[in-house]
Design a binder for this molecule. Sequence first.
Ligand code: UTP
Length: 217
Amino acid sequence: MNKFVISLGGSIFSSDLVYLKNFIDIMKNEKKYAIVVGGGKIARERITLLREMGASEYHLDKMGIQATRLNALTVSLALGNAMDIPISIDKALETLEIYGKVVMGGTEPGHTTDAVSLLLAEAYGASRVVNVTDVDYIYDRNPKLEGAKKIESLSYEGILELLSKEARNAGQNFPMDILSINIARRSHIEIDIVSFKNKENLENAIKGKKFEGTVIK
Ligand code: UTP
């Protein structure tokens, strides 16, 4: 199988525990993997708290990064690993070289773990990022709105257009950011958006089989 990277949304930690267990179950016996874990609720809570106390956006990002590393360590230990969580892409590549697998969180203030997963994919020579999230598809508009349609496949240009519309409706969730799409586009990396809520479907996506979700390429 071609090399791939998993971007695991931090929302898996604030959902039913069975979803995290399913993910661990799917990955546990794999010899090779690269997983980047998001910050989820704990990142948002600490960022909100510190923002109210006047911390700078730079420092809020540093807080967010620590939350992603806490979640990454949780996933890594659940998978039975003993190695440290690398704090840069370069260190992650070293870990991959030594162990054939890596679990990490964020790296630099100013971006997200999705962007880290795309940068890691570029550096590692992976052709695909599997974005494991709490939504089943990207929709043509806010999925809570009547008539919202699932999108099964999108070009990089198509998703950038949707994102620019989204930016005009601040506060709506979207499972990918512009930086991530731009990195994917420059290196022709496919992004597979899949929900963690259906184990079989998630396993299909991870294993590169046909799955229900949105493919961006
Ligand atoms: P996430 O990547 O989890 O952000 O990082 P998110 O957009 O909320 O992603 P989901 O919802 O879990 O998928 C949490 C926060 O940590 C900081 C940012 O502040 C981000 O909002 N962060 C993360 C960085 O500054 N740099 C990184 O490389 C990663």
